[in-house]
Design a protein. Structure first.
Ligand code: NDP
Length: 456
């Protein structure tokens, strides 16, 4: 047998053994196992070519978080009843910089979700080219239907405990599902009060009145569209004149819709966790923003004053709407194999993952087999954390850059993430496969930094 083929078999066996250990150590954590499986499988050609990663136990170390903290979050609701939620912070990998990653407030949050997100974040942060390690956190608290006062009491209680583990040079949280500008404001206020110092660099996604960066709010959605635009441009295509479907109607979705429309696309659908709207004339983004950002209502109400639009209960139906470009920007595993097949049947040309892990492993396979341009989350949605790192840089130097400057840097970062992913995919024998390319490009930097720092 040729040496290369034998090395590949050995790499596969080794990776399978590491994965089995992950399964054994993390039983019932399906999301975490799914994220680990996707990355490890991409690394076969790297392990086959470079035995040093095996000799140094890099895979065994990289799949194990440096630290996972869980804590009680007690608070009192408006009726005076004591409530208790569970808080999490995973500090996954600090090889290339302090832990960095968002906080998610959603009833589905558990150790598996937080670990999958923290694991992915490690590679995503590496891909941005910024000096940030991987972390993630959150709580099973449901912000829906809570009063503003309840949100404040909860976030203050959450930060009282979290503050023991974070700091501008240690671990820098940001927003994610259920944690937007309002929550970051309350979290920062409580942290400042506990520390007695205005350490702006401890959180990102802050308001621009107190240390936030212009263009951070837009960054994930805009960045996702910039990334997809690179994929399209390489094939002589573009957003101009295309039909786009975006799931979600939160932070990422809203700015993906805005940028796609700016580039000449017609966005015909978006959703929330109850259902989706289809507006063949093109989504009225101002109306969506008013409903979701200000009035905090359900997307269903959109159709009340948009006669051409329809509303359907349930989330997966959105993928039955024919489109050229699909941007899943809501949550994990929202595109399964059947939804992917439907998208392909209806002629989708490109998929850009704005959310984290929105496509199942089977769905990704369907897209790749069909030759659909596929931008995986850790590359396509890295714009948010990239601009968070720019926010940290501005905080450290006490500067505030113009919107245009941050946006131009974001655009440059998304372009280089695309190019690095393409190059890594080619170099390791999977030309055009950005899932493999992004995983390898993200891995190499973290792994080499780990080797340089010894067995820690
Ligand atoms: P938001 O809370 O602002 O919005 C989330 C949107 O998705 C809402 O429309 C929400 O509906 C919908 N949604 C949430 N859970 C589900 C579900 N189980 N099924 C269907 N729809 C659901 O969050 P973000 O926009 O910040 O985050 C969206 C995704 O992007 C997440 O995967 C997040 O991890 C990822 N991401 C976010 C970044 C950021 O900078 N914010 C950076 C990188 C990735 P409803 O209104 O009903 O709650």
């Amino acid at each position: 047998m040729a040496v290369a083929a034998e090395q590949e078999i050995q790499a596969r066996e080794y990776i399978q053994a590491v994965f089995e250990t992950v399964q054994r150590r993390n039983p019932n954590e399906s999301e975490f196992q799914q994220a680990v499986k996707e990355i490890l499988e991409s690394l076969v050609p790297v392990l086959a070519k470079h035995p040093k990663y095996r000799e140094q136990g890099i895979l065994e170390r990289i799949v194990e978080p440096e630290r996972l903290v869980t804590f009680r979050v007690p608070w009192v609701d408006d009726q005076g009843i004591v409530r208790v939620n569970r808080g999490f912070r995973v500090q996954f990998n600090s090889a290339i910089g302090p832990y960095k990653g968002g906080l998610r407030f959603h009833p589905s949050v558990n150790a598996s979700i937080i670990k999958f997100l923290g694991f992915e974040q490690t590679f995503k942060n590496s891909l941005t080219g910024q000096p940030i390690g991987g972390g993630k956190g959150g709580s099973d608290f449901d912000p829906k239907d809570k009063s503003d006062r309840e949100i404040m009491r909860f976030t203050q209680s959450f930060m009282t405990e979290l503050s023991k583990y974070i700091g501008p040079d240690t671990d820098i949280p940001a927003g994610d599902i259920g944690v937007g500008g309002r929550e970051i404001g309350y979290l920062f206020g409580q942290y400042k009060r506990i520390r007695g110092a205005h350490e702006a660099g401890v959180l990102t996604g802050k308001g621009t009145l107190y240390g936030g960066s212009l263009a951070r709010t837009e960054a994930t959605g805009y960045g996702c569209v910039y990334f997809v635009d690179e994929m399209l441009a390489a094939k002589g295509l573009g957003f101009e004149g295309s039909t786009v479907v975006v799931s979600g109607s939160g932070n990422v979705a809203i700015y993906a819709v805005e940028k796609a429309a700016q580039l000449g696309a017609k966005v015909v659908a978006c959703s929330d966790s109850n259902g989706y709207i289809h507006d063949p004339n093109g989504i009225d983004l101002a109306a969506v923003r008013r409903l979701k950002e200000q009035e905090r209502k359900r997307i269903a109400e959109y159709v009340l004053d948009h006669p051409g639009a329809t509303y359907q209960e349930g989330c997966s139906g959105i993928w039955s709407i024919p489109c050229d470009i699909a941007l899943p920007c809501a949550t994990q595993n929202e595109i399964d194999e059947d939804a992917a097949k439907l998208l392909v049947k209806n002629g989708v040309k490109a998929v850009g993952e704005g959310a984290n892990m929105p496509s199942t492993l089977q769905a990704i396979e369907v897209f790749l087999q069909a030759g659909v341009l596929f931008g995986p989350a850790k590359a396509a949605n890295a714009g948010g954390v990239a601009v968070s790192a720019l926010e940290m840089a501005q905080n450290s130097t006490r500067q505030a850059w113009e919107f245009e400057e941050v946006d131009a840097r974001l655009h440059g970062i998304m372009r280089s993430i695309y190019q690095n992913s393409v190059q890594a995919a080619e170099e390791y024998g999977h030309p055009g496969n950005l899932v493999v390319g992004a995983n390898i490009a993200g891995f190499l930097k973290v792994a080499d930094a780990m080797i340089a720092q010894g067995v820690v």
